[in-house]
Design a protein around this ligand. Structure first.
Ligand SMILES: Cc1ncc(COP(=O)(O)O)c(C=O)c1O
Length: 422
């Protein structure tokens, strides 16, 4: 089934065969893009061959992935992806937008977008018979790797900064991974992980470093593509004013830059196959306190200068983003942009989305905070169709969530006490 031709360096363009390299480009350290056999896929598949599949997980897109179908079919590894898209009419009205949706990645098996990457990396690890898979993580990538590994009995080692939220650390431990909390930043954990992989022969999943993470993440783009086609069909039925609308604009929060690059790669695959006529617009949102990629975008360069990151959104707190070049391109090549938001706006956004029945973690709410700023500054117009990605569950970081609300009062168990409060 594999339509996997090899890799291409995103910086120097050097191409490698599938067995020739494992992580980044040996020449310049550039992130490697997986190269698919597009003409082979075109000969074998039409879009309907994918969209008519009964599979409701990211494995629906197997013909566009560089791995084979993983063994077994009823584990959490098979439940990653196929997340719902919710319409948000009340928030749309508040922002004076006509069309606003949210794709809720907190519905993944370990409650974040990262399950997409880990499902594909663990499948790859089984294929190459890796004994141990290791990753550095701010929490979610580790939880995803630990969960997907546990699902199929793969050994996993996770390095996270000791400041990682407790719920994320609990996930790692409950999934039975070997967990090492590093007295340092995510970036320190990243560097240590690479050294350990080298020293002990472990397979390294690190975000951006391992080319297969992007391949998992791109499946979100395929789902957006299918959902968008379906939405169009509905609108055509209703003779909607959206018939002549501008392209979909997607808001996504950015740390290392691998999620935004993955979404971009998915649409690039679809464009290369001739299955979409043009790209959606992709807008990256970073916290003001962790904005290395936004800084590069605004300076009109692909050179990423590290920052000293501090933000409440721990999942996107990164000094030196590991997928910065491709993340800048995700915006430059789609007529998108980068927006930065202060932590205070991220906290407000948690509560705004919460009132719609969706509980985002700070990094998830960051994308919506970016939309609010984009509306205020005219980056999006009232009739632009907008999709916001919520990348993770608020249950993973209760301390941050509690900053977005007023604590509940404690009362005597009497009717009088209730009357006084109401
Ligand atoms: C919930 C959440 N949102 C956003 C991101 C940012 O993804 P990336 O680091 O690939 O930019 C992460 C990464 O850990 C995450 O866990």
């Amino acid at each position: 089934m594999k339509n996997f031709n090899g890799y291409k360096c995103s910086i120097c363009g050097t191409e490698y065969l599938p067995g020739q390299v494992t992580y980044t480009c040996p020449k310049d350290g550039g992130n490697l893009d997986v190269v698919l056999d597009y003409s082979g896929i075109q000969k074998k598949f039409q879009p309907e061959d994918i969209t008519s599949r009964r599979e409701t997980s990211l494995w629906r897109y197997l013909p566009l992935l560089p791995v084979d179908e993983p063994a077994g079919s009823s584990t959490p590894l098979h439940a990653a992806g196929w997340t719902p898209v919710f319409a948000l009419p009340r928030l749309a009205e508040k922002l004076n937008l006509k069309h606003l949706w949210l794709k809720d990645e907190s519905r993944n098996p370990t409650a974040s977008f990262k399950d997409r990457a880990s499902a594909v990396v663990v499948t790859r690890a089984r294929e190459i018979k890796a004994e141990v898979v290791v990753t550095a993580s701010t929490g979610n990538a580790g939880a995803a790797l630990a969960g997907m590994s546990a699902a199929v009995g793969q050994k996993a080692v996770i390095f996270a900064p000791k400041s990682a939220p407790q719920a994320k650390v609990a996930q790692l431990l409950i999934f039975g991974a070997k967990v090492l909390l590093v007295d340092g930043t995510y970036d320190d954990a990243f560097d240590l992980t690479v050294k350990c992989a080298d020293e002990f022969g472990w397979y390294c999943r690190n975000t951006g470093y391992n080319p297969f993470t992007l391949e998992g993440k791109k499946t979100a783009a395929f789902e957006i593509w299918e959902w968008w086609m379906e939405a169009h069909r509905e609108w055509h039925k209703k003779d909607s004013p959206l018939d002549n609308h501008s392209p979909l604009t997607i808001f996504v929060s950015v740390g290392d830059g691998n999620i935004i690059s993955g979404i971009h790669k998915g649409f690039k695959d679809l464009l290369a196959l001739g299955w979409i006529p043009n790209m959606p617009r992709i807008i990256g949102v970073q916290s003001e306190g962790s904005a290395a990629i936004a800084n590069a975008f605004n300076a009109n360069t692909e050179v990423i200068t590290p920052v000293s990151a501090t933000t409440i959104a721990d999942s996107i707190s990164v000094d030196l983003p590991r997928d910065g070049v491709r993340a800048v391109r995700a915006a430059t090549q789609t007529n998108g942009t980068y927006i930065t938001v202060p932590d205070s706006e991220i906290i407000k956004a948690i509560a705004e989305i919460g009132k719609m029945g969706i509980f985002p973690e700070p990094a998830g709410a960051t994308a919506y905070a970016g939309l609010v700023k984009a509306v205020a500054s005219g980056i999006v117009k009232s009739d632009d169709p907008i999709l916001v990605m919520n990348t993770g569950s608020g249950l993973k970081d209760i301390r941050a969530a509690m900053q977005a609300v007023t604590e509940a009062p404690i009362i005597e168990p009497t009717l009088d006490a209730v009357k006084k409060i109401l």
